[in-house]
Design a protein around this ligand. Structure first.
Ligand code: ATP
Ligand code: MG
Length: 571
């Protein structure tokens, strides 16, 4: 490709509305342009990187035995009604009507569609296992589209769906996808972790997320300092903390004028936050519930929601709190209230703690479980914190990271196959329900996450496997005959050798060309200038390390080829 005839609208200024580095750099490098909130045009450089990721994904899916199909983006409401998700999905599902008043939505994910396809075509156990995938634009009307391709409304996803005769076979399909995902993200050159995850609205029994480690990540993840355990904080389990053995002291009422927060109360009483028990009042499907947590811990609403098995869980409003406790917000406590109480495991062993007193400006000291109140149940309902004991091994502690979720694998069980009656006949001719799994990768998000991990103050540093081009030839002055001839010759040699090359043949100053080359992040750069050329040499610069080699033309070409081959070698 010749730069002078190509379409790379780079920008010097940092775009004002971009918050994270990948978004800034993708705009500045002319990879994407915004059309509407969360909706982007993919320009040539952006598209080339996206295609690279797609191809890696495609190769690994095919290799794992998955089969590519393409389903529509416009989906009829009926199938969504059959699964119950037409009502459940909420506002992310963009619904509309056609001219005949029939209801449709833009596909945010395709469990219903693929299950419908399979139930019509697969009748016998002999036709399974089967795994169908597609690479396609999804639409989700995200409440806060942001960070460019990281959280768009229209975005490209690879989604795969496996169908098996039973749970054991489905587990094998899951394992295969899990391994394929590891290979995909390794091939993309990403530093990632596979973590245990909550299954969320897609449902199912178990799942892993593939998280690219980056400070800008929206997810908090933990991993054990000793063993393999790693999980999303949404899901990460906490262990019971050891029991205190102090004898119960008499309950005391203490005035705490205007002290509402844990910090205010613990400062005022001169105790640690960990000696205070925090009382949260929530509404679970409109029924109140008290959640008790150690003062220095935070509620994990997903754990509580899963525990209560409710559809809606939200903090109770001020008025409800006042009505239930007889006190303004900030003074709630478990003593004397007849509301069901879920206490976190870390509260279970506590003695002589502080709680709210259910009256304005009142707290209680030396509260003890069973003597002063009873908990309906104890459960793990808090977020783990850095330094917590690992729930799997005895030796390690949990370490916290930020992560960007680029992929997600789920065991779905029979959730969709039951709802849509996807059945088959087993070897005895008996009708059985199909077992499913689903597996997603955000293609655009993967490119963005890669840039989060690979950049410097001058721009992007693409890993070779997903770089838009492998090599850029910066011809210092195309008007000089020998520079032009040498640059064209190198360009031709690369083209025949299968090296993807961009020839910067623009009539611009060298500094200007170098700035653009750094910004767009092409991993290898050959600088062709008359001075070096007089000695038969060109410069080869490695974008990632900054290393510069002065080499005879033929050697430079061979070296580039060698680096490219090495980087693209199958893992
Ligand atoms: P998130 O929690 O980030 O919203 P999700 O759990 O809704 O993600 P899935 O339904 O598992 O995502 O979708 C599969 C993959 O699609 C995700 O792992 C992610 O890489 C990608 N993805 C999801 N939502 C978006 C989005 N709004 N923009 C870009 N990529 C997305
Ligand atoms: Mg989402």
């Amino acid at each position: 490709m010749r730069y002078s005839h190509y379409f790379i609208p780079t920008v010097k200024e940092t775009p004002a509305d971009a918050e994270v580095i990948s978004h800034k750099l993708m705009l500045r490098a002319g990879m994407i342009r915004k059309l509407a909130a969360g909706i982007y045009n993919y320009l040539p450089l952006g598209l080339r990187s996206i295609r690279k990721v797609e191809n890696i994904v495609r190769e690994e899916m095919n290799r794992a035995g998955a089969i590519e199909i393409l389903m529509p983006g416009v989906l009829p409401a009926e199938l969504w009604q059959e699964s119950g998700r037409w009502e459940m999905y909420g506002k992310e599902l963009l619904r509309f009507k056609d001219r005949k008043d029939a209801e449709f939505c833009l596909g945010p994910t395709h469990e219903e569609i693929v299950t419908d396809l399979v139930r019509r075509e697969i009748k016998s156990y002999r036709q399974m296992p089967v795994n169908l995938y597609q690479i396609q634009a999804k639409f989700r009307d995200e409440i806060r589209p942001r960070f460019g391709l990281m959280r768009g409304r229209e975005f490209i996803m690879k989604d795969a769906y496996s169908f098996d005769v039973d749970e054991k076979a489905a587990d094998l399909s899951y394992e295969k996808m899990y391994r394929a995902y590891r290979r995909i993200f390794e091939r993309c050159g990403l530093n990632f972790r596979a973590v245990e995850a909550d299954t969320g609205s897609i449902g199912g029994s178990s799942s892993h997320e593939f998280m690219v480690l980056a400070d800008s990540g929206e997810d908090a993840i933990v991993s054990c300092s000793c063993c393999e355990y790693a999980a999303n904080v949404e899901k990460a389990e906490s262990r019971t903390v050891s029991t205190e053995h102090a004898d119960p002291r008499p309950l005391e009422r203490v005035a705490t004028p205007d002290k509402r927060t844990i910090e205010e109360v613990s400062d005022f009483l001169g105790v640690q936050a960990s000696s205070v028990v925090k009382t949260l009042i929530l509404m679970a499907d409109n029924e109140p519930v008290l959640a008790l947590l150690r003062g220095d811990h935070d509620l994990n609403e997903i754990k509580l929601k899963n525990l209560l098995d409710c559809t809606d869980l939200e903090m109770a409003g001020d008025e409800v709190v006042a009505k239930l406790t007889g006190a303004p917000v900030g003074f709630a406590g478990p003593v004397g209230l007849s509301i069901r109480i879920v206490a976190d495991l870390a509260v279970q062993g506590m003695r002589n703690f502080v709680t709210g007193g259910n009256a304005k400006d009142l707290h209680l000291k030396n509260v003890n479980i069973d003597r002063d109140f009873t908990a309906t149940r104890f459960a793990d309902i808090r977020n783990v914190v850095h330094g917590d004991q690992c729930p799997r091994c005895d030796a390690g502690i949990l370490e916290m990271w930020r992560g960007i979720e680029v992929g997600h694998v789920f065991k779905l069980g029979t959730k969709y196959s039951k709802a849509l009656k996807a059945t088959y006949l087993d070897a005895d001719g008996k009708e059985q329900i199909v077992f499913m799994g689903c597996y997603g990768i955000g293609i655009g998000r993967t490119v963005a996450a890669c840039i989060e991990q690979n950049h410097d103050e001058n721009g992007i540093i693409f890993p070779l496997p997903i770089a838009p081009f492998h090599c850029i030839i910066s011809a210092l002055n195309m008007k000089e005959e020998q520079v032009r001839v040498a640059s064209e010759a190198i360009y031709e040699q690369f083209a025949t050798a299968g090296v993807e090359v961009l020839l910067d043949d623009r009539d611009e100053r060298p500094g200007f060309k170098f700035k653009d080359a750094d910004l767009i992040g092409i991993p290898l750069r050959i600088v062709v200038g008359s001075k070096n050329l007089a000695e038969g040499n060109v410069e080869l610069k490695i974008r990632g390390t900054g290393e510069v080699l002065l080499l005879p033309v033929a050697e430079a070409v061979a070296k580039v080829k060698e680096i490219v081959d090495q980087a693209l070698k199958p893992v």
